[in-house]
Design a binder for this molecule. Structure first.
Ligand code: GDP
Length: 164
């Protein structure tokens, strides 16, 4: 099993609903290490770069507004960004995050428990979770400066988490 790093975002709906603690508790079940963490007020440019692979979708404009927290306004128009590291981290964290569509997500996953589809059809699914190692590397470089990551080398050596 490979040691992987990935980007997790608590999206503005998660911040507004005060779900940060619940989300981090659920993610902690995977026993990964947090190697970067910060609050980010997302610019349009960053939002568009993050979701570049969806630029041709009809919901792209709403998606860019959503990740910027435009519908929520101050003080909820921000995301909390984390870089996690651990064994087989991407698949394991995506399982905890749940399916993209919150109505199809496992009810005990983060998206299944806390997500919703708005009346305008926006998937308010509370978290972002990198989908594969290549995307994870791209996203981490997009959201974090090298000096903001505790382990600066990508990929990093194995880390063992214990409860001692
Ligand atoms: P993810 O990796 O599970 O987040 O899925 P994607 O990268 O495919 O999509 C990114 C985000 O776009 C999702 O988390 C949703 O917020 C949104 N999204 C994806 N598919 C749809 C869709 O069919 N309709 C709407 N309204 N939003 C979508």
């Amino acid at each position: 099993m490979a040691i992987e790093q990935l980007l997790i975002l608590i999206k503005p709906d998660g911040v507004k609903k005060s779900l940060t603690g619940n989300i981090l508790t659920k993610l902690s079940e995977a026993r990964m290490v947090i190697i970067g963490a910060k609050a980010v007020k997302v610019s349009k440019e960053l939002a568009e770069q993050h979701y570049y692979h969806l630029k041709d979708k009809p919901f792209f404009g709403e998606l860019v507004d959503y990740i910027q927290g435009k519908v929520y306004g101050e003080p909820w128009d921000r995301v909390l960004a984390f870089v996690y590291q651990g064994e087989d981290a991407i698949a394991r964290m995506r399982k905890i995050a749940g399916a993209t569509n919150p109505e199809e997500a496992d009810p005990i996953s983060i998206r299944g428990a806390y997500g919703r589809i708005t009346t305008k059809g926006v998937y308010e699914n509370v978290v972002h979770c990198s989908s594969d190692p290549k995307e994870a590397e791209r996203e981490i470089k997009l959201w974090f400066k090298p000096e903001e990551i505790v382990n600066k080398i990508y990929p990093t050596k194995e880390v063992t988490v214990t409860n001692k």
